[in-house]
Design a protein around this ligand. Structure first.
Ligand SMILES: [Zn+2]
Length: 326
């Protein structure tokens, strides 16, 4: 994922069209459910398990094994699994295999909420301080694995006690194969978000719709700050408000900052623009930070050492609170 230059962004995007759907059309007639406690140790273990495979770069054995791990874990939790396999083209015209993994809970429920994250690891540590590392793949403990770890723990809680809405969890592939900084050739496309763009054009069920979506990216680092991502505010501000207010009410206001941050080229863009599902991005970003993101971003420092159970708890508990009140 990369940050966008945001000058004139709102003007460029034009009219938002229809108002966004309500967060919880069904909540009035649904019985109130106990909100489960998010287990951060479990989420941490799910994250460490992914990182232990090695960098999950498409077309590698580590990637294959980690994909199999997601499928087996979600099957054990009772989800209906759809796998999308395709060939996609990178920014520099290479073709790579793609594997999106979709886990549907209560697939017959018409009212659905989409939760998603990318599961691939960036093939290039192009922001590393040492140029000799720029062509090495990153562990992606935060940039990939941590968000998937939060989603796996949420899936585990859903399996123990179903919420009133159906939940679809999508692990998008090939988010992070965007053009590296060391490659200064002109290319037509940034090359990010290949998996989510493919899914948005080829949803796993015909005309797939969800009430709203929440994308997680880099949600596990120690001391993370989640400023409100600009495209999320633009496309789905009612969901942004709901999530940030919920986080505040749970005592996580230090993480969820009540200010707009940077705009990100991330998987929520095709979901909003192509599938027309209002979708926000909870992503560590700080407009005052040197990189806009955490110091570990796209470096070899994105390891388990940077992962924090407390940050995962703040994000995971907030999401459960939202889901079980939907
Ligand atoms: Zn990334």
């Amino acid at each position: 994922m990369k940050n966008l230059v945001f000058v004139g962004f709102i003007l460029l995007f034009g009219c938002a069209g229809k108002p966004h759907s309500q967060l919880s059309a069904s909540s009035e007639q649904s019985e109130a459910l106990r909100v489960p406690a998010f287990n951060a140790d479990s989420a941490y273990a799910y994250t460490a398990a992914q990182v232990a495979f090695g960098p999950r770069v498409p077309a590698t054995a580590a990637h294959q094994r980690c994909g199999d791990y997601f499928v087996a874990a979600m099957r054990r939790l009772g989800a209906t699994i759809t796998q999308q396999e395709a060939t996609v083209t990178t920014y520099d015209r290479q073709t790579i295999p793609l594997r999106n993994i979709i886990a549907a809970f209560q697939p017959d429920k018409p009212t659905r909420v989409l939760l998603c994250a990318h599961w691939d690891s960036r093939p290039f540590a192009d922001r590393d301080a040492n140029p000799q590392n720029h062509r090495r793949a990153i562990d992606g403990a935060n940039d990939g694995a941590g968000a998937c770890g939060v989603l796996l723990e949420i899936a585990r809680q859903i399996a123990l006690q179903a919420p009133n809405v159906g939940i679809d969890i999508i692990f998008f592939d090939a988010e992070d194969w965007g053009q590296p900084a060391f490659d200064t050739r002109r290319s037509g496309d940034s090359g990010y978000c290949l998996g989510s763009t493919y899914w948005a054009n080829h949803p796993h069920t015909p005309n797939y719709k969800a009430q709203y979506g929440i994308l997680l990216d880099m949600v596990s680092a120690r001391g993370a700050r989640f400023f409100k991502e600009q495209s999320s505010v633009y496309y789905a501000n009612n969901i942004v408000k709901k999530v940030w207010e919920t986080a505040q009410s749970l005592g996580y206001g230090d993480y969820f900052v009540e200010q707009t941050g940077i705009g990100c080229d991330d998987d929520h863009i095709p979901i909003n623009q192509i599938r027309k599902i209002p979708c926000i991005d909870i992503i560590e970003n700080d407009p005052n930070a040197p990189k806009g993101f955490g110091d570990y971003w796209h470096t070899l420092d994105d390891t388990m050492d940077a992962v924090s159970r407390e940050t995962m708890k703040a994000v995971g508990q907030t999401l459960l609170q939202i889901i079980y009140n939907s």
